[in-house]
Design a protein around this ligand. Structure first.
Ligand code: PLP
Length: 377
């Protein structure tokens, strides 16, 4: 492909940091780079405690353990999301209950959530699609009312804001991704943000194989041992070393992506005016995105398939998003819809994501835009 959909990048001291970690002789997790990442996330996002994990998937699994779910407990989430949002809870024996999304932000429709709550509901998992915030005030108020845990899937939302607060730091727990397709990357990687102080100690234990090893290293206990369930969610220092180099430039990385999104928007405005396609809606008041992804909505699935094929012949890779979870084989087996999901089904059938990565140039955006114009004649 001449223009791939995504291309991982380095921006600063990634390789030097890795060399330094090797020289330090500390390759297991929670060395100096990992600690710097934790501090950066706590300071810049306003989380009580940040813990690096192998992935956002791992952070979601930790969050699901912290929710203390019993078999058959229900967790409300959108169907329009990545599989890990649901999978983490299914692994605990819980049932994902899918609620439809808003047509403007493509996020969980907060007005439909209350109707999906039953006596078995234990948690709500808002997913901030494209780094655009869900309506968190309404969701947090409902959660307070019904004593539910809120786990933000902020995989796409690093540094994005809702009413001056950073995504992932609003719910009881927040999960971030540093997968190579996200804004700030470490190959595979993620973080759990613990915003409810009551969950902090147990989060550390779950992350370290169910041991109180972190407390032992702080001198709070005189030996460490197996105290709870857990697994190995702690990434190697090599991951922390790479990530630290990127976090230092996170603001600039987001700015670059937002600039590219603006270029797409400008280039495709005429096609949107003529109704050939629809562009993402402006962010709601009080919401600031982070340029995580750029999509267009085509007239129907057939038009999307033809446009994907057209772009492919020109060496441009574009991709759809998502197969709705309620219609997937595992989603049908393990979850259920809270009701009909017409917006999810409509959007998933005609949404197309265009290439977006740090080193994409404005000139390349121009080429992609020109090809889309050519497609519509
Ligand atoms: C990328 C993504 C994940 C998974 O992140 P990993 O770090 O790859 O595990 C989960 N949820 C959403 C919404 C995502 O976009």
């Amino acid at each position: 492909m001449k223009i791939p959909f995504n291309r991982p990048f380095t921006i600063g001291a990634e390789l030097e940091n890795i060399a330094a970690a090797v020289r330090d002789g500390h390759l297991a997790g929670d060395g100096r780079f990992t600690r710097q990442c934790h501090q950066w996330l706590e300071r810049n996002l306003g989380a009580k405690k940040a813990l690096l994990t192998h992935s956002c998937t791992a952070a979601l699994e930790m969050a699901a353990i912290l929710c203390d779910l019993r078999a058959g407990d229900e967790v409300i989430m959108p169907s329009f999301t990545f599989v890990s949002t649901a999978n983490a809870f299914v692994l605990r024996g819980a049932v994902p209950v899918f609620v439809d999304i808003r047509p403007d932000t493509l996020n969980l429709d907060e007005k439909l959530v209350a109707a999906g709550v039953t006596s078995r509901t234990r948690a709500i998992v808002p997913v901030h699609y494209a780094g655009v915030a869900c309506e968190m005030d309404a969701l947090m108020a409902l959660a307070r009312d019904r004593e539910l845990v809120v786990v933000e899937d902020a995989a796409q939302g690093l540094l994005a804001q809702y009413k001056g607060r950073r995504l992932g730091a609003i719910g009881h727990l927040g999960c971030l991704s540093f997968h190579e397709t996200k804004n700030v990357i470490s190959g595979e990687g993620g973080a759990l943000l613990v915003n409810d102080a009551r969950l902090a100690e147990r989060a550390e234990i779950i992350r370290e194989k169910g041991t109180n090893r972190a407390q032992f290293f702080r001198g709070e206990v005189d030996k460490y041992t197996w105290v709870d369930i857990g697994s190995s969610y702690l990434p190697s220092e090599l991951v922390g070393a790479f990530l630290w180099a990127q976090l230092e430039h996170a603001g600039a990385i987001n700015d670059r992506r937002m600039k590219l999104c603006a270029a797409y928007r400008k280039g495709l405005a005429a096609l949107a005016r003529h109704g050939a396609l629809a562009l993402p809606q402006p962010e709601p008041a009080g919401v600031t995105g982070n340029g995580h992804l750029f999509y267009v909505l085509l007239k129907d699935a057939a038009t999307r398939a033809r446009l994907i094929a057209h772009l492919k012949t020109r060496g441009i890779h574009s991709v759809f998003h998502y197969v709705p979870l309620h219609s997937s084989p595992a989603g049908r087996r393990y979850g259920r819809g809270a009701g009909p999901l017409p917006v999810t089904e409509d959007v998933a059938g005609r949404l197309l994501r265009l290439p977006l990565y740090h080193e994409l140039t404005e000139a390349q955006v121009g080429i992609i835009v020109a090809e889309i114009h050519a497609f519509f004649g």
